[in-house]
Design a protein around this ligand. Structure first.
Ligand code: BG6
Length: 483
């Protein structure tokens, strides 16, 4: 584990990811005293600026610095943060970066600095940067690690090419591929819920479960990110990575241990039992102007005739003895009516006879906002009559764990990378099998095998395409009356 004398180098320090996620997480960890002793943070990007300007930027990235303690911590955080400007494609720039790293290293008593490289960069420069870092900035004496983020290619072939190129310089052990959903508290909770509870484990299969929905909803559109989004679409942005990761932890077999390899072996095994998605089992949508908000095609950064889906619902099947016949519906959309990510497991009908029209049990894991686990069940209506009343057992974190701070996903993951724990990072073979599931449908959507399908329109701020209710009902989902 990197517990001391570590330099964290953030490449792409002036970009969107660094601003929204990397720096807030680094400061959050620092504030809690969780970064290595003697840590230094070096920002690197093309923009020319001095340390003072860089410190101003960092400050602007951080929210809610109100208390005196926060303000004092921010001043210290600035002192350990410095900046180097340089390009992404030439050795000279990286040699210049290395001079700064060596200067920091010489201030450590041990004379050795470990290096954690965080690539908060656009995919077009992943490969040259990973290469230049290895050639110019790799510590021969300390430990080196590299963090990378999606997109990991656009389909199976491009992913293999990207991975292959990165592997020329960085071993699997040194590489930490982020899917930030794996850092979310409720996603991490799934393994505990499943494997630390007999009551859950016993009902976790095709005998008890009718259908499962994994849903991602965002209340805003592409707003300014249209250029990136139009090239990728909602399936690559959310389903192929975030929702598929949630699916794999929900459905994997019990790992032999909590070690990274045991966990990831089981994830890969279950993903390999999923055949490629069918076009006939997929519903695509694109938002149109409504409620005073612009449509997707009104975004200037989007081609005016784009058929890129901003909403997708699709059904996956797992061909193994536990899950045969259970539909797993993944759905995700931008510009919807609310912000919500949840897993909804709907159980089968109770044997009919003594009760009529009784609601099904549902177990809901609300990943965000407001983490919760709740189980919809039927209880006797209090009183003299025997009638079943749909109600809930509710574990809302804010109430039950009022005193606990829920860590940000990126805080948890950066800490894991410092510790060298790969459990919540994506292994190369996981990516390979994930792309196998999604590549055919993506090629179909892009018109590689015929005319590209046209997504159905849905109003900005709505629940999604009007066809959605019929879509989930087709897979056996029954709406219940419970609150
Ligand atoms: C990113 C996507 O990976 O996840 C974004 O590229 C999306 O489009 C984001 O908004 C959602 O993350 P979170 O943590 O806000 O649910």
């Amino acid at each position: 584990a990197l517990t001391e004398d570590t330099i964290i180098i953030v490449l792409g320090a002036s970009g969107d990811l660094a601003k929204k996620k990397t720096y807030p997480a680094l400061f959050g960890l620092y504030r809690q005293g969780l970064l290595p002793k003697g840590v230094k943070i070096v920002g690197y990007a093309r923009t020319k600026m001095d340390d003072a300007e860089y410190h101003k930027r960092i400050t602007s990235y951080l929210k809610n610095i109100d208390s005196d303690e926060d303000k004092a911590a921010l001043e210290e955080f600035k002192k350990l943060s410095s900046y180097v400007a340089g390009g992404y494609e030439d050795d000279a720039s990286f040699q210049n970066l290395n001079k700064s790293l060596e200067a920091i290293e010489s201030t450590y008593e041990s004379g050795v600095a470990h290096r954690l490289f965080y690539l908060a960069l656009p995919p077009s420069v992943f490969i040259p940067v990973a290469h230049h870092l290895k050639v110019n900035n790799y510590s021969r004496r300390g430990i080196n690690r590299i963090i990378v983020e999606k997109p990991f290619g656009k389909d199976l072939q491009s992913c293999r090419e990207l991975l292959g190129a990165l592997k020329e310089n960085w071993t699997e052990d040194e590489t930490f591929r982020i899917d930030h959903y794996l850092g979310k508290e409720m996603v991490k909770n799934i393994l505990v819920l499943r494997f630390a509870n007999v009551a859950m484990g016993a009902a976790w299969d095709k005998n008890s479960i009718s259908n499962v929905q994994i849903t991602f909803k965002e209340p805003f559109g592409t707003e300014g990110r249209g250029g990136y989004f139009d090239e990728f679409g909602i399936i690559r942005d959310i389903l192929q990575n975030h929702l598929l990761q949630v699916l794999s932890v929900l459905t994997m077999e019990r790992p032999v241990s909590f070690s990274a390899e045991d966990i990831r072996d089981e994830k890969v095994k279950v993903l390999r039992a999923i055949p490629p998605i069918e076009a006939s089992e997929t519903l695509l949508g694109q938002y149109v102007a409504a409620n005073g908000k612009p449509g997707y095609l009104d975004d200037d950064t989007v081609p005016h005739n784009s058929v890129c889906p901003t909403f997708a619902a699709t059904t996956l099947w797992i061909h193994n003895p536990r899950w045969e016949g259970v539909p797993f519906i993944l759905k995700a959309g931008k510009a919807l009516n609310e912000a919500k990510v949840e897993v909804r497991i709907q159980f089968k009908d109770v044997t009919q006879g003594i009760f009529k029209d009784i609601s099904r049990n549902e177990l809901v894991l609300r990943i965000q906002p407001s983490e919760a686990v709740y189980l919809k069940l039927n209880a006797k209506t209090p009183g003299l009559k025997t009638r079943a009343l749909p109600t809930e057992m509710d574990l809302t974190y804010k109430r039950r764990f009022a005193d606990s701070k829920i860590p940000e996903a990126y805080e948890a993951l950066i800490l894991d990378a410092l510790k060298g724990d790969h459990s919540n990072f994506v292994r190369d073979d996981e990516l390979d099998v994930a792309w196998k599931i999604f590549t055919p449908i993506l090629h179909w959507i892009e018109g590689k095998n015929g005319p590209a399908p046209k997504p159905v329109g849905y109003p900005y701020g709505s629940r999604g395409p009007k066809e959605l209710d019929a879509f989930v009902e087709k897979y056996g989902y029954k709406r219940s009356d419970a609150a």
